[in-house]
Design a protein around this ligand. Sequence first.
Ligand code: S3P
Length: 165
Amino acid sequence: MERVYLVGFMGSGKSTVGALLAARLGLDFVDLDEAIEQADGRSVAEIFKESGEVRFREIESSILRRVSGRVPKVVALGGGAYADPQNREFISRRGIAVYLETDLSTILERIEIDASRPLFGSPNQVRALYDERLPSYRMAPVRVRTDGLDPDGVVERVVGALQSS
Ligand code: S3P
């Protein structure tokens, strides 16, 4: 297995599942948002506020390429990274994308509206963004449903799906 990229909406469990999956597979783990924050020296929220979303997406794309490296690993993407066609194309050449498919109702229950996720606004805004993102997420070659499962349960499903992919 080369690189596994976890795709999905905010609150779908990409970071939590990613860390567990990496441990399970004996691979390194990279959280893309954290790598962005380390490289830039600002939080994701600060980058959005001070430099805007367009700049954030440029940084995100460049750090995605940087962290992909040579060594096999698990990468938890931010919720918007896979919406970019060039990122999707890059990921398809470097490894396999796994979509953590999570109902909007589960996401709305899980995520607090706070300043740390600049794009997580009112329920109506979140719904619109979720609908907009779905077609991109569904382009991932592997899809795993997460509703009703704890993180370990999701890891088992991802491992199974990767084995049969
Ligand atoms: C975003 C999701 C966030 C983060 C940024 C933008 C998005 O990551 O990259 O706030 O566009 O959906 P998580 O999905 O890890 O919350």
